[in-house]
Write a protein that binds this ligand. Structure first.
Ligand code: XMP
Length: 325
């Protein structure tokens, strides 16, 4: 029978045999796959592994701290964080088209990671212990469906698992035979933070594709605040296990008239997109309780300045995709 303790012991053996005393690097995204893959490799070879986390400025509230503080405390992993917010915002300035945004974010991500990689490679070389391996959090379904599935071609997906195949490294893929729920069980067994192990899907391009319109620092701050409220209220209401995910979208190019406090307001709408799904290929909109929706709406319009309206997306997939861009 399947047992996370056995799988960990088995993988640790395999990783040690593959890696020997060479050095290893990996990218962390804040998501469960890369976090568990890196933790397994760290358990196997300790400080031979260096993890790289790119803060592209498109993360949600608390995500960087979860990785830098909680994940590092839980694993003892050696972590390099790259501050790349400026670089990403500069590259995204003036861009509203969704596919263009996705391409820019994907390109900047690869460039940023490769830059960090080169620095680490140079350091290791100077130490005479070259980096030979790159960890990837590839799961069994990724291996089987590497064709991309039904939505291939609709949006250019980007995630940390999809870094360029840099031929100077051999891949270490300790999750290749596992399904998502098995990966979560292993993450829990390894003592990783609950927020990471149970995290719902979140796109690699992050909040950059949840602002309809140009991405700016101010708009990101606004969306981050609204998103934090939504996540807090959904968790408090016990909805985390019920819904698949709930994108929160800022319609930055839309304004509507409202009345707030003493007078007229002219602010932006926030869209809630709670969905139920098995695999994200199809989805239905989640019938959240009205009192929960009311609480979220009240809090967002009271606490987030420049937002005066909250709307609910009641479209299934198809025809709507889960994300708005
Ligand atoms: P759509 O919007 O195509 O999303 O219905 C399906 C699922 O994929 C997630 N998503 C992404 N995940 N990189 C990712 O890692 C991406 O670029 C990306 N785009 C969408 C989305 O959140 C949903 O779970």
């Amino acid at each position: 029978t399947w047992n996370s303790g056995n799988v960990i012991a088995e993988q640790v053996e395999k990783i040690r045999a593959q890696v020997g005393d060479a050095r290893v690097i990996c990218g962390l995204s804040g998501g469960v796959d890369s976090a568990v893959a890196a933790a397994l490799v760290h358990r196997a070879v300790g400080d031979q592994l260096t993890a790289v986390f790119v803060d592209h400025g498109l993360l949600r509230q608390g995500e960087r701290e979860q990785v830098e503080r909680d994940y590092v405390a839980a694993t003892g992993i050696r972590l390099t964080t790259v501050d790349a917010e400026e670089k990403f915002l500069t590259a995204l300035a003036g861009v509203s088209d969704p596919e263009t945004k996705r391409k820019i974010i994907g390109r900047e991500f690869i460039r940023t990671f490769e830059q960090a990689e080169r620095e680490l490679v140079a350091e290791a070389q100077a130490d005479n212990r070259p980096i030979k391996f790159l960890v990837q959090g590839t799961l069994y379904p990724d291996v089987v469906e590497s064709g991309g599935g039904v939505t291939a071609g609709i949006k250019s997906h980007h995630n940390v698992g999809g870094l360029p195949e840099d031929l100077q490294f051999e891949l270490v893929e300790p999750l290749r035979t596992l399904f998502k729920d098995e990966v979560r069980a292993i993450g829990a067994e390894l003592g990783l933070p609950h927020e990471i192990v149970q995290r719902q899907p979140f796109p690699g391009p992050g909040l950059g594709i949840r602002i309809v319109g140009e991405v700016t620092k101010e708009r990101l701050e606004l969306l981050r605040a609204a998103d934090a409220i939504v996540r807090e209220e959904l968790s408090a209401a016990g909805q985390d296990a019920e819904i698949w995910q709930c994108p929160v979208v800022l319609l930055a190019d839309v304004r509507s008239v409202g009345v707030q406090g003493d007078g007229r307001s002219y602010g932006h709408p926030i869209v809630l997109r709670p969905v139920s799904s098995e695999d994200a290929m199809t989805a239905d909109w989640s019938r959240l309780p009205y009192d929960l929706l009311a609480r979220i709406s009240n809090r967002i319009t009271n606490e987030v300045s420049d937002v005066n309206r909250v709307v609910l997306d009641i479209t299934s997939k198809p025809p709507g995709t889960i994300e708005w861009e």
